[in-house]
Design a protein around this ligand. Structure first.
Ligand code: ATP
Length: 139
């Protein structure tokens, strides 16, 4: 069992968080939107309302016990990059980030994050594999 922090509880972030909980891990979910933080408070280990680009607010959140931090802010590239930079500066080594565009990807790779995720492309490839092996899928 490990602890994870997920920043951004949109469709992608909450799905990843709930699956981690289902797998037996503990998850801190962070979102700037208090409605989302409240909505998922009972389903995750804890939720926090925080602007992940606010250096002082983020410094108060203990991230040292997280196996990895998943940045699931997609649309707001500036917020995603700023948040990633703050995590780097706080010494987080395992940073996984959802990227939304080529520019986003390019900057993230320069920042040296552990894993850049492209949900649509990765899911498209998985669906193609599933279509290629319908028998395996049925089984
Ligand atoms: P999805 O497709 O997963 O719903 P998306 O790619 O459309 O997400 P956004 O909706 O932009 O991405 O962001 C996902 C979540 O991140 C939202 O719930 C949003 O409130 C949260 N978020 C955005 N900016 C910040 C921030 N600065 N700090 C914390 N959370 C943030």
């Amino acid at each position: 069992m490990a602890h994870f922090t997920v920043i951004g509880l949109g469709r992608f972030g909450i799905t990843a968080s709930l699956e981690l909980m289902h797998l037996g891990h503990t998850v801190t979910g962070i979102d700037i939107d208090e409605k989302l933080a409240e909505q998922y408070a009972a389903e995750l280990t804890q939720t926090l309302i925080c602007d992940a680009t606010d250096e002082r607010a983020m410094a108060e959140i203990s991230l040292a016990n997280s196996e990895a931090v998943l940045v699931a802010i997609g649309e707001d590239m500036q917020a995603s990059l700023l948040c990633t930079l703050l995590l780097k500066n706080q010494g987080v080594t395992q940073i996984w980030v959802k990227a939304n565009s080529t520019a986003h990807h390019t900057i993230l790779s320069k920042l040296g994050v552990s894993r850049i995720i492209h949900p649509e492309e990765e899911m498209g490839a998985r669906v193609a594999q599933a279509l290629n092996y319908p028998m395996v899928n049925d089984y």
